[in-house]
Design a protein around this ligand. Sequence first.
Ligand code: ADP
Length: 635
Amino acid sequence: MNGRVPMVATNPSWMGLVTRLCVCLLVWASIPSEFARGAQSREIKRVLILHSFGRDFRPWGLYAKAIRENLERLSPWRIDIQDHSLVSARSGDENPESPFIAYLNALYSEHPPDIVIAIGAPASNFVQHNRQRLFTQIPLILTAVEQRRIQLSNLPDNDTIIAVSHDFRLSFETILRVLPGTERIVVVNGTSPNEKFWLGELRKDAASLEKKVEFIWPDDISFQDFLKKSETLPPNTAIFWHLMNVDATGISYEGNTALRQLHGVSNAPMFSYDDGFFGNEIVGGPMYSVLEISRLTAAVAVRILSGQKPRDIRPAAIKYANPKFDWREMQRWGISESNLPPGSEVLFREPRIWGVYRWQLLLIAAVILVQGALIGGLLHERRRRRLAEAESRQRLTELAHINRNSAVGELTTSIAHELNQPLGSILTNTETAEIMLKSSSPNLDEMKEILADIRRDDQRASEVIRRLRSVLKKTPFEMTYIDLNETVRQVIGFIATVSRGRDIALKYSTCSADLNVMGDVVHLQQVFLNLIINAMDAISEAEAREREVSVTTNRSGASAEIRISDTGPGIAITDLKYVFDPFFTRKPQGMGMGLAIVRSIVEAHHGQISAANQASGGALFTIRLPIARDRSASA
Ligand code: ADP
């Protein structure tokens, strides 16, 4: 087999080339006639096409159609084509031949055809056998006929032949090459005399391969029975489609019916030798080209009609064209392209998704790219915003720390005064204890009370210092889940010392409901501290009669509300919209940064702050912060 493989690639390609050259030469040779087209255009050339079985029997029906098209294309004359079909080809019954000859002679006695073209072996044999009785003077072309089916040696001068040369062994070897696992080949062949002749030839070619593969010959059963069998052929079976013109029960199959039916039910891949069968059902292989043979036939006909002698135009027998394969069938049977013979052509490739939806895919890709770029840009922006936010929070923290230091600095006198009290008590109690210890029998119970007082005063002083430290510590801005009521209480605890020193009543009431927010404790403490100090400053400066600062917490919808009011003079109407601006101050020593920092902190907590004057007098600052859903949700 290996020794023959290159033949698959080389011989058909050489033959294809030679055939094409012949067609070109023949077409070229008919060119002078083209110049005479004007003069001859009125002339009609009558062409009689003789079919073997009928106009639509495969593969010859396709040859006839292509010959007709090429004749019309190449001919400088008007062409009148008449078709007749041999009846005897189906059964081999020669009885109808004589009346058929008489019929044709009678039909064309007045206007004989200018040329007769017999297509296929049965028609060619018929004309050749009856040449003495039929169209004796009319040039004859025998075409699409295998050279073994015709007597080439004694071809009359007025006859020529476009012969073909079957090579079934090459077809079988190709099956084994493209499907190396093939164990058996079923050969489909009919029972008309022509098909019976070929059965013998097929068996001869198969004989040399019988060691490699089993051959099955179902020609003794009806085609319908074979169809049933073909549904369940054993694995690794291939079908070689030769002909099915007439089956074992004498039923003729026109057109593509039989092949299509078999393809519909068979569970095995099908191969053939003529591309008249190729295009839907057949996997492929080296095959005759209907087009090439038909073109050549038409070109030869035109030359003969131009006056050339048929005996001078006798091309060599045509071999298979380059192998070609049907991509769809290759997919169906899992045939790899690497198994195909060199030089093979793969046809009917289904366009890949890229080929079918190119623009849609490009559009989708463009949308994805744009979307990707947008997402990338947005993520970048988000990152930049986060960095900017973190930076601004850092600045705020630093600024707030400075602000706290200065606020506490202002309170130093009050704090020192507050510290003095427990320290003074400690000193007094210590002196008393010393005096008591000098007595001969000190009262131990009283001593215990004194020590308890000292301890309590010390704790009071420590508490003042602890609160002072907590206010002054510099911590990064950190959001945690906090209880706002508790935060307010801590601030009150710290500032109460100062308010007492300033003789200002510091009242506060917290709402009974939980008031939890996400926030930074130290910064929120600073907010309340700033507002309370401002309120106390306003009362002190105005020397108000009623000296009271009140702090209340409430829940208002989804917000926690903190109100800080005082009995001071309030804020001038014209100042109300500026009080939160940086460096706005009405105090001689003021910096004007307290409320600006307060607003920044509140906004960093996604809250709001507003300033107003109360109807009863004094300023009112209201802060709203969003309530946190719950600890786990915010974690
Ligand atoms: P500073 O205290 O250094 O002046 P703030 O930003 O804390 O800066 O306050 C800005 C101004 O707002 C104060 O100078 C004062 O005029 C006004 N202000 C703030 N709180 C009150 C208040 N409770 N009553 C009246 N005026 C106030």
